[in-house]
Design a protein around this ligand. Sequence first.
Ligand code: FES
Length: 333
Amino acid sequence: MTKQVRILPSGREFVSEGNSTLLEAGLSAGLALGYGCSNGNCGECLAKLVAGEVEQTKHHDYRISDSQRNDKLILMCCSTALSDVGLEAAEARDVSEIPRQQITARVKNIQIVDDDVALLHLKTPRTNRLRFLAGQHVKLGGNGIPVSKQSISSCPCDDMNVHFQVPRLAGDGFSDHVFNVMKKGDSVDLDGPLGDFVLDEGSNRPLVFIAWHTGFGPVKSLVEHAMSLEHTETMHLVWITGDKDDRYLDNLCRSWQDALDDFSYTAVESGSADAKVDLEQLMTRQLKIRPENVTAFDFYVAGNGPLLDVCRKTLTKLGLPAEQLTLDQIEHA
Ligand code: FES
């Protein structure tokens, strides 16, 4: 049976089903709830029960004091909803509220696609999950692996799973290691999260995502996060690659377009090793956005220097306020 959970003061709501803990259900719904160990040890997920009933369904070593108990404080990672509930709980509102973490993860899988991109799947320990906001990046490496900044391509709602889309780069130690040496079960250190390429969750404007090649990684994270938040406005996704064979997750993008009413996907081939694009023409002809209407949208762009420059210049010229344009500052190959 499903229960409705309302978090205060934000007023965000999510559904809790079966034996899911309140923390698991909230994270799956895309909320950036405050937590640490997710295992009943640290007390960082303490929340105040202001309505409804919960029961403790997991053992915890953290000792809830008598005064905390009198104040109706509960551990979200060890409690399950018995009815619709209201909770006063900490939520991260921006990147400054997410602590920097050092976590050792394991390689769950590496899939080489189109010869130039490796889809790297890491799994963090159950008691030490990575807290991050969709679109952020981390430093990966350690244990003899050259360190490199890589954008996370999965959603924070994806439990212990953290995904990356690593481009093959000649002479880059991390890339060489991933393509030639790394194997399932290896340890990899994560240091982060870093960066502010994140959704403006306070905005109700329609969203335009523009990605060049592996810039699709952080964009995928943002799209999946927007979906988990049940973003109700239109979303346009533009993925620019050199040619059509470079779109290594084309089917995923098409499945989003098929499944969602207000989602459009436009694949663009630049025909070169650069993200050449006439943005004004693309918006008018394919996205059906008239230049005078750009201010009605929020734009998120992840790619290389030339693409970021084109988007910044074109959109600024058309009058888009700076706060409605978010650029990923990592250079994506
Ligand atoms: S997250 Fe550590 S006790 Fe709940």
